[in-house]
Design a protein around this ligand. Structure first.
Ligand SMILES: [Zn+2]
Length: 520
């Protein structure tokens, strides 16, 4: 053997390269091991392919990513490499996104505490020619775990054609398609969810309701399931309750110090009504929970009436209404009042009866929190008069009205400073606006390519002052004049706050436009 051969064999560069390649292959195989996107049948072949080509594909992907970032967004070269590396890690970690990783840490149980396999898996009749029960349950679990992990508020499973279903999550208020699923497989998933929710699997057309629980290492998360027969089959809408992300304080929600002080002052009163209003998905319940959590539960008897119970308040008595069983807000509220509570939370005012009992209670020594579906502060006064409530009751009972909207926060991992053209720059500078902190959305694996992660609220608060009260009580009270004047103020206030968030780089100018253009 010649000396040069030995040298070549021990070439340190080559050894380092081989070790690196070996670990990269092992890493990739390990990461793809539990990914439900790879069918079990071809898993072995996929592993072999990964061992041979995996790192090359990853490398090409990295180069493309860096190129795109530098060319397209004008990102500095080293920054682009840093981001591409973290992005590659997320791509490889697809199992994480699709929830397979969560499968050890999440257990689905029905309301009796039986797990998914006990409820559904033991029944051989659920086997179909294409998929095993085990396969189905794994997939169901990964759909649920994925939604929990990505802090979704809803899961929608819809048939889009006669051979395809689509699974979507609602994250930060926006629907995102997660996967297309083969019809037969998805029917099996739908059935397993119906089974664990205590619904009748055989009933496919009549709408049904149900619930189940996901146990994670940190807490229990509740799911509300509704099914309905639709054109191509059956759809499921699943609401996720008490996600830990929702347990925020007023400060976390973005409420200014001035408003926080006002809200706290009104919460310390012995009576009066604090009304939180806004359309669906405007974060009413999150704000409400943040306010309720600040109450002193030791000295005050707090009772909540909700539909459904969205967050658990450990020291309060929480009652869930059930309209179908005749347990309505109004009926429950009446019986609760007999227990002489100090603080009552009425989940939602929807009808005249509930509104008048709640306002009456607020007038007679109870602090009442409630939400109402309306577009603005002034609009909720109008809504109450529309329900038939006497103006005098409104003016004497309501102590504070809060309305809000949610704005998506830019993703902290990928946001970049804005590039303004000369005219835009001149325009903003003439208004003496400091544009140096403005940021824009880019998109990365962390935020699911949307450029946004999480939300912040903007608030408007209204205390009925003497002139408002006089207006509402006067014989020639014009609902539309009152609403128009109130709404104008409300829009101006929210726009100002939204702009401030854009100028400080919390959100983008596009997001501000999106939210403020439909302020009702
Ligand atoms: Zn991002």
């Amino acid at each position: 053997m010649q000396l040069s051969d030995i040298e070549l064999f021990f070439n340190p560069l080559r050894v380092v390269f081989l070790i690196f390649w070996f670990f990269l292959c092992m890493y990739l195989v390990q990461r793809f091991e539990y990914s439900p996107i790879i069918p079990d049948k071809i898993r072995a072949s996929v592993n072999v392919l990964i061992l041979i080509f995996g790192p090359i594909v990853l490398f090409i992907f990295l180069v493309l990513e860096v190129f795109q970032k530098v060319q397209g967004y004008g990102m500095p070269f080293f920054e682009a490499i840093k981001r591409a590396l973290s992005r590659a890690n997320e791509i490889v970690d697809l199992s994480h996104v699709t929830g397979a990783r969560g499968k050890e840490s999440i257990v689905l149980v029905d309301l009796m505490g039986r797990n998914l396999f006990e409820v559904y898996g033991s029944d051989k009749e659920h086997e179909n020619d294409k998929y095993t029960v085990e396969d189905t349950l794994k997939h169901t679990q990964s759909v649920i775990a994925g939604a929990v992990e990505r802090l979704a508020s809803d899961i929608l499973i819809d048939p889009v054609s006669s051979d395809n279903y689509v699974v979507r999550y609602r994250i930060d208020g926006m629907l995102r398609t997660i996967e297309d699923v083969d019809f037969k497989r998805c029917m099996a998933i739908v059935n397993s969810i119906k089974a664990i929710s205590g619904m009748d699997i055989a009933e496919r057309r009549r709408p049904q309701d149900g619930a189940f629980i996901a146990r994670t290492s940190q807490n229990d998360i509740s799911f509300r399931v509704a099914s309905a027969g639709v054109l191509n089959g059956e759809k499921l809408s699943i609401r996720i309750l008490n996600q830990p992300v929702m347990q925020l304080t007023l400060e976390d929600l973005g409420m200014s110090e001035k408003y926080q002080k006002l809200a706290k002052e009104k919460s310390n009163h012995q009576s009066g009504m604090i009304l939180v209003c806004g359309p669906t998905g405007s974060g009413k319940s999150t704000t409400m929970q943040a306010m309720l959590r600040e109450l002193d539960f030791f000295t005050r008897n707090v009772i909540t009436i909700e539909d459904p119970i969205e967050y658990v308040l450990p020291k309060a008595s929480q009652i869930e209404i059930n309209t179908k069983a005749g347990i309505t807000f109004a009926k429950t509220l009446r019986s609760v009042l007999r227990q002489d509570p100090d603080v009552i939370f009425v989940g939602e005012i929807r009808d005249e009866e509930t509104a008048s009992i709640a306002l009456g209670a607020a007038q007679t020594g109870h602090l009442v929190f409630a939400t109402i579906h309306s577009s603005s502060n002034a609009a909720s006064i109008v809504r109450l008069t529309d329900l038939g409530i006497k103006p005098l009751l409104i003016t004497s009972a309501i102590s504070l009205i809060i309305s809000q909207r949610l704005i998506r926060r830019l993703c902290p991992k990928c946001k970049m400073s804005v590039k303004l053209d000369d005219t835009q720059m001149a325009k903003l500078q003439s208004k003496k606006v400091d544009t140096s902190k403005m940021m824009r959305a880019i998109g990365c694996g962390y935020c699911g390519e949307t450029g946004y992660k999480g939300r912040i609220a903007i608030f408007d608060m209204m205390i009925l002052n003497d002139s408002d009260k006089a207006k509402i009580l006067s014989s020639d009270f014009s609902v539309s004049n009152f609403k128009n004047a109130g709404d104008e103020q409300y829009r101006a206030n929210l726009k100002k706050q939204a702009m401030k968030l854009a100028l400080t780089g919390v959100t983008s100018i596009e997001e501000v436009k999106r939210v403020t253009s439909n302020l009702g």
